[in-house]
Design a protein around this ligand. Structure first.
Ligand code: HEC
Length: 135
């Protein structure tokens, strides 16, 4: 169900002329490689080029399900990436993606549209992470 929903949202975003990067916004994998791989690594294990200069460990994103008794923690992951929910601890090095995605879209889409676009991008990222879990 969620997979179908996020695929639907991704299709709308890909077709939308409202999106900040219309046409480019094809998949969670694309988003991941552009925004996340620098720290979390291209395969998600936490070995991106920036990881070495951070003072905190960059988590391995392929073991989120394994660390949660075999179930992918969908909502926790969504909220961790969004960052606006305050779920993360103090001194986080993770950018607040919910804010930056919404800001990027705000000029073309207005507040409501920008929020929809931000959520679509966040969901496509969560779906991509769900697809790279090691069991
Ligand atoms: C500047 C480096 C950096 C970038 C870029 C980055 N992250 Fe992170 N991420 C971290 C660090 C460091 C943590 C560890 C917790 C913290 O500091 O908040 C983390 C934590 C997480 C977590 C929580 C993992 C757990 O074990 O609960 C998720 C999920 C995550 N990142 C996904 C992403 C996604 C998706 C992107 C791209 C949209 C991204 N990150 C981009 C550094 C980064």
């Amino acid at each position: 169900m969620m997979r179908r929903l996020t695929t639907f949202i991704a299709a709308i975003l890909a077709a939308s002329s409202l999106s900040a990067t219309a046409g480019d916004m094809v998949s969670g994998q694309y988003e991941y490689m552009n925004h996340c791989a620098s720290c979390h690594g291209t395969s998600g294990v936490g070995d991106g080029p920036i990881a070495g200069i951070l003072t905190v460990d960059v988590p391995d994103l392929t073991v989120l399900a394994k660390n949660n008794g075999g179930d992918f923690p969908f909502l926790d992951t969504l909220m961790a990436i969004d960052g606006r929910t305050g779920v993360r601890g103090h001194g986080s090095n993770m950018p607040v993606w919910g804010d930056s995605f919404a800001r990027e879209a705000a000029q073309q889409a207005g507040d409501y549209g920008a929020e929809m676009i931000a959520r679509g991008r966040l969901l496509s990222l969560v779906e991509y992470l769900a697809s790279i879990q090691e069991f």
